[in-house]
Design a binder for this molecule. Structure first.
Ligand code: EZ4
Ligand code: CO
Length: 399
């Protein structure tokens, strides 16, 4: 099982995706997702120029050793670009190992701990009728848990929701507006209306997208308590772990954080002090199966569960890896699941199933995804950015 080919494939069927494909001398292939939304080509260069030469000739079976070599051997540790590149190698190697074993990856990770993974989708609307329609559409699609994002009176856009990332060539980031006080006033009424319309049982989630100070987040968590949220996500900027202490002191609304984290060190304090309830890390951005599993095993000691990031900018390869890991671990919580576009589903042939609100990675050996290189070649990279935010006085704010 010697790696003798390593290709970095960039394709933009509905948005940009970066995929690492490893091939062994005996003809086994493995895929890893290395997509970093808005900074895709930085990871491409990291892989092509620095990582691929280290992989050729290595034993594909040595997953932990390869992880340690890429992490420690670079000297420069952590960071989203490095960790996405390491994740892609790691998942591709797990894919190869599981194919060599003739098993779906979750079997190698210990086997299924459940029949399927509860997933949530994103309902959003600029006003309540639009939001209710979106919730109903998601229920029709089978979702049994729903994230609620809404317009705020006075603001131009519904914040924090994914555009599909398809941009016109050479487009620059879209500028959005933000007003924290208006948001804090408006949101409890939205959740009250949603509870009145859809009843007490439906698990509801919300993403504050790093926009609040600790005391504002504490207030929001408190004001949403009557509506029994499944979680409040990214209530404060994620870099300062201590901020969560203050939030936690004031609210029993469950907290989820970590979509922009990339190693266990980003979580160290908030897990040990039990300041969160869900780990939002994605396999793609947290150093792959090997590293995220360690984070989740650490979290399990504190009854903290997984809530893996699963937006459309995680490729089907990254999603598949998440489903195998989520099926195997004991402390699975929920999986974010936004469906990919039809072109993406053609480029990436997948084996997962979606039924009764539950995802399952399927029984194909490996992670269960194959990439159609000819189809991928039809969609060249398109420069695209996430939006950014300014307050009314022009100050740049967190997006
Ligand atoms: O902004 O995936 O919970 N999901 C999110 C996403 C993120 C994007 C960033 O690439 O917050 O919509
Ligand atoms: Co989020």
């Amino acid at each position: 099982m010697i790696i003798d080919r390593a290709e970095v494939i960039v394709t933009s069927p509905d948005r940009n995706f970066v995929t690492l494909k490893l091939t062994t001398g005996d003809g086994l292939t493995g895929l890893g997702d290395a997509t970093l939304n808005g900074r895709e080509l930085a990871v491409v260069a990291y892989l092509r120029d620095h990582v691929v030469p280290l992989l050729l000739g290595r034993d594909a079976g040595r997953i932990e050793d390869t992880w340690q070599l890429l992490y420690r051997g670079a000297y420069w540790r952590r960071g989203p670009v490095t960790m996405a590149a390491i994740a892609a190698v790691d998942v591709a190697l797990w894919d190869i190992k599981a194919k060599a074993a003739g098993m779906p990856l979750y079997q190698l990770l210990g086997g299924a701990s459940r029949t399927g993974l509860l997933a949530y989708g994103h309902a959003s609307g600029s006003d309540l009728p639009e939001l209710f329609d979106s919730v109903r559409r998601h229920r029709e699609l089978g979702y049994r848990a729903i994230r609620i994002q809404t317009g705020v009176p006075g603001l131009k856009v519904v914040y924090g929701i994914a555009s599909n990332g398809t941009a016109e060539a050479d487009a620059l980031p879209v500028e959005e507006d933000w007003d924290t006080r208006a948001y804090l006033r408006h949101l409890p009424a939205v959740f009250e209306a949603v509870r009145n319309e859809f009843g007490p049982e439906l698990p509801l989630l919300h993403d504050a997208h790093h926009r609040l100070t600790p005391i504002q987040a504490a207030r929001l968590g408190q004001s949403l308590e009557p509506y029994d949220l499944f979680w409040l996500e990214d209530c404060t900027p994620a870099e300062n772990q201590e901020a969560l202490r203050l939030v936690r002191r004031h609210t029993v609304t469950p907290l989820a954080i970590g979509e922009v984290f990339n190693t266990v060190f980003d979580y160290q304090q908030i897990i040990r002090e039990q300041l969160i309830d869900y780990v939002r890390g994605a396999v793609t951005h947290t150093g792959g199966i090997t590293h995220l599993r360690k984070v989740l095993d650490f979290a399990a000691q504190y009854q903290i569960k997984s809530g893996m990031h699963g937006p459309a900018d995680i490729s089907p390869v990254g999603m598949a890896a998440a489903l195998h890991l989520g099926l195997a671990i004991h402390n699975f919580g929920i999986q974010e699941y936004m469906m990919h576009g039809a072109r993406t589903d053609q480029v990436f042939q997948q084996s997962f199933t979606w039924s009764g609100g539950l995802l399952h990675p399927g029984e194909r050996p490996g992670i269960g995804v194959e990439l159609d290189v000819d189809e991928a070649g039809k969609y060249p990279y398109v420069r695209a950015y996430l939006p950014y935010n300014r307050l009314a006085d022009g100050t740049v704010h967190d997006w």
